[in-house]
Design a binder for this molecule. Structure first.
Ligand code: FUB
Length: 318
């Protein structure tokens, strides 16, 4: 299983894996080549739909459930269906996804279905108060749901440093605290935020916020939250240094303390992942660009098993 693309008939990336209805469901981006030249804003990631996949066992057959949502059916969106995530609550399934709105600003939308494979019906407007990219929805053991989001550079998080959109917004200077990902509570119906969007702090071993110049550890994009034994694991991509890393804390809203690397750089520029527990084992879903021979925007989803050390550190196996 380790090292082989799970899906070979489509290019897929940014896998969000969940256990629903006794299977592993994977919600990835669906990469395609629309001919747009590559740039640092990620215009080449020009996706227009999502497929949902499921597996009855890791290493077993992967079912493609077909198109679950199309850009043309999202009333507020203009382009770029980037990394999605899904959640299950109150008997319904929710697909969270970023896209540029008609003004070209990334927002986060939600679409709803009665089934984990969809099809999903998009709400007419993006979720009020959301911005940037890479939503991760996390339903805690007490039933409270959270939405994490944010990505710098093409994901525009540097333009939201004050909480308002500044078209000229830049990354902080190297000695300043790094830009943090965002988190907010989701409402009971999972379609809006309740309370404020807050910036998550990621700290070093001395309890100091990671600096913007700490490119090997600071947040860039691809947030994922999971909880184990009462510890909250916040993992993410460092972007331009291409690591998948994680931090831990005792509260789902942070702060989190940096713990280490999960993956060294993979083939391709981006790195994005999720964790899922299934039948007593734990897995890391991720992507690289091996299926396309290294074309950054034509990626393929893969999976590795993981284990936890006695002190809760994650070890990636294989
Ligand atoms: O797939 C488009 C973007 O690339 C995602 O939103 C980022 O996380 C990166 O993987």
């Amino acid at each position: 299983m380790s090292g082989k693309p799970l899906i070979t008939h489509l290019y897929t990336a940014d896998p969000s894996a969940h256990q629903f209805e006794g299977r592993i469901y994977v919600y990835p981006s669906h990469d395609r080549d629309s001919g747009i030249p590559a740039n640092d804003l990620g215009d080449q990631y020009d996706m227009v739909d999502y497929h949902v996949f499921s597996l009855g066992a890791v290493g077993g057959e992967v079912t493609d459930h077909g198109v679950a949502l199309e850009l043309k059916d999202v009333p507020w969106a203009s382009k770029q269906l980037w990394a999605p995530d899904a959640a299950h609550k109150n008997g319904r399934y929710y697909l969270y996804f970023p896209a540029r709105d008609k003004q070209g600003i990334f927002r986060i939308g939600v679409a709803v279905s009665d089934r984990p494979a969809g099809p999903f019906k998009a709400e007419p407007e993006p979720i009020p108060g959301t911005y940037s990219i890479d939503p991760c929805s996390f339903v805690d053991a007490d039933g409270q749901a959270y939405l994490y989001f944010g990505g710098i550079w093409g994901g525009m998080l540097q333009k939201w440093r004050t909480g308002k959109f500044d078209p000229d917004g830049q990354e902080p200077a190297d000695h300043e605290p790094a830009i943090g990902p965002r988190v907010a509570l989701l409402s009971e119906d999972m379609k809006s935020l309740t309370g404020d969007v807050t910036e998550i702090q990621i700290l070093d071993e001395q309890g100091r916020p990671l600096r913007a110049g700490d490119h090997g550890r600071r947040y860039f994009e691809a947030p994922w939250m999971h909880q184990r034994n009462g510890v909250y694991y916040f993992s993410y991509s460092t972007g331009n240094t291409h690591y998948l890393v994680y931090a831990t804390g005792m509260n789902p809203r942070g702060p989190f303390t940096y713990r280490g690397r999960l993956l060294e750089p993979v083939l391709g520029w981006t790195t994005h992942h999720s964790f899922v527990e299934f039948e007593g084992r734990s897995y890391l879903f991720y992507h690289d660009a091996s299926l396309s021979g290294g074309v950054d925007h034509l990626r393929s989803v893969k999976v590795k098993e993981i284990a936890y050390d006695k002190d809760g550190r994650i070890r990636v196996l294989g």
